[in-house]
Design a protein around this ligand. Structure first.
Ligand code: AMP
Length: 213
């Protein structure tokens, strides 16, 4: 099953992608996580990506598309994957379509997790990310077992620079101008599914499981 998660930053795509990955036994591929791990390891890609990410802008398509096309060609992705944070532009969607067509494949589902902007801004200020493994939490909606400590690896939790209110506003502008057009794009392809992302995490996930059949 080849799944794409659509939705604004902070809509809960990553949380649902992780649940889908566990339930269906397919890898969760997050471009944001790939960039953050490159930043942490001080790679050239990480250095380039950071300058865009810190300003709430998108990393250019030429740094992003090949990375994903290579990742989905790896062995663990042969039976499918859930892509979280890619594609984010029409050219990225075209690059993905082209790469898949070359293998006689296509996207099976594009799941749009819909949340209004005003909820997003409130939510992001409560978001916390692990400094070490990148797992994300929310102080109210999805708290870690122990405050300020990652359930997965025991490291500290922080408010990411790109989750700060001024950057979130910029990211929402970028989302509306560059990423939202993908909803129509996948609707035309007949693979779009929509869920109301303002509900409880478990409720959203049950709906997604029904949509996936
Ligand atoms: P995320 O964790 O998915 O919200 O991504 C964090 C940041 O990484 C975004 O604000 C972008 O700067 C960058 N990023 C992640 N995925 C992409 C993508 N597909 N295209 C361009 N930039 C991306």
């Amino acid at each position: 099953m080849r799944i794409i998660m659509l939705g604004a930053p902070g809509a809960g795509k990553g949380t649902q992608a992780k649940l889908i990955s566990e339930r269906y036994g397919i890898p969760h591929i997050s471009t944001g996580d790939i960039f953050r791990s490159n930043i942490k390891n001080g790679t050239e890609l990480g250095k380039k990506a950071k300058t865009y990410m810190d300003q709430g802008q998108l990393v250019p398509d030429e740094l992003t598309c090949d990375l994903v096309v290579d990742r989905i060609a790896q062995d663990d992705a042969k039976d499918g994957y859930v892509l979280d944070g890619f594609p984010r532009t029409i050219p990225q969607a075209e690059a993905l379509k082209h790469a898949l067509e070359g293998r006689g494949e296509s996207v099976d589902f594009a799941i749009d997790v819909d949340v209004p902007d005003e909820n997003i801004i409130k939510r992001m200020s409560g978001r916390r990310a692990c400094v070490s493994c990148g797992a994300t939490y929310h102080v109210v909606y999805n708290p870690p077992k122990k405050e300020g400590v990652c359930d997965v690896c025991g490291s500290g939790l922080i408010l990411r620079d790109d989750d700060k209110p001024e950057t979130v506003k910029k990211r929402l502008d970028v989302y509306h101008s560059q990423t939202q057009p993908l909803i129509d794009y996948y609707q035309k392809d007949g693979v779009l599914k929509e869920v109301d992302g303002t509900q409880e995490i478990d409720t959203i996930f049950s709906q997604i499981q029904k949509l996936l059949g």
